[in-house]
Design a protein around this ligand. Structure first.
Ligand code: 4NP
Length: 167
C-alpha cells in the first residue's frame, strides 16, 4: 500500500542520483518496510546535477547493494526540482557540496529541512564520499555509512514523530 498523505517525507540527495542517494533510498526504504512503517514514511532520491536523468543506478552501486540484499534496480535518476523543497520534511545531502547547492536554491522558510545525511551517522565522516571515480572499496564504504545513518535516522524519526508500526 502507498504511504498516506500524512507521511513523513524523506528525500536523499547526491550529485548524480546514480550512486549514493539511490543506495540511501533503497536501504532506508528497506528499513522502513521491515519496521512496518511504509504507510507513514515516504522515501525518494534526487541529484543536484542533470547528467544522468532517466538512468538506472550505476551498475557498481546496483551490484554492491544487491550483495547486501537491497534491490535498487527499479530506481531512475532525476534532478531535484523546486516542488521538492516544499514537499519533503527531510532533505538529506550526501556531502557538503550538495548541501550548499540545496541551501542556495531552497526557499528560506524550508531551509531548516536541509541537513547532511551523515549527521545521523556514528562514523568519523561528515559526508558520504563520492564513489564514482573509486574502486570497489568506495562502494562498500557507501553501504557501510548509509546503513548506519539510515538506522539512526529511522530511530530518530520514529521517536520524534511518535510513529507506530502498521502491524
Ligand atoms: P552520485 O555519484 O552523486 O553518488 O550519484 C556520481 C555520479 C556521477 C557523477 C559524479 C558522482 N558524474 O560526474 O557524472
Amino acid at each position: 500500500m502507498n504511504a498516506s498523505p500524512k507521511s513523513i517525507k524523506v528525500l536523499m540527495v547526491c550529485l548524480g542520483n546514480i550512486c549514493r542517494s539511490p543506495t540511501a533510498q533503497g536501504i532506508f526504504e528497506k528499513y522502513v518496510e521491515e519496521s512496518h512503517l511504509k504507510q507513514h514514511i515516504e522515501v525518494d532520491s534526487a541529484g543536484t546535477g542533470n547528467w544522468h536523468i532517466g538512468e538506472s543506478p550505476d551498475i557498481r552501486s546496483l551490484k554492491a547493494a544487491a550483495r547486501r540484499g537491497y534491490d535498487i534496480s527499479g530506481q531512475r535518476a532525476r534532478q531535484i526540482m523546486p516542488d521538492d523543497y516544499t514537499h519533503f520534511d527531510y532533505i538529506l545531502a550526501m556531502d557538503i557540496m550538495n548541501l550548499k547547492e540545496l541551501e542556495r536554491d531552497c526557499p528560506p522558510r524550508f531551509r531548516q529541512n536541509l541537513r547532511l545525511f551523515m549527521t545521523f551517522g556514528d562514523f568519523d565522516y561528515n559526508s558520504v564520499p563520492d564513489p564514482y571515480h573509486s574502486g570497489p572499496d568506495g562502494f562498500e564504504l557507501v553501504l557501510d555509512l548509509v546503513e548506519e545513518a539510515s538506522q539512526n535516522l529511522l530511530d530518530y524519526i520514529i521517536k520524534l514523530h511518535d510513529l507506530r508500526s502498521d502491524q
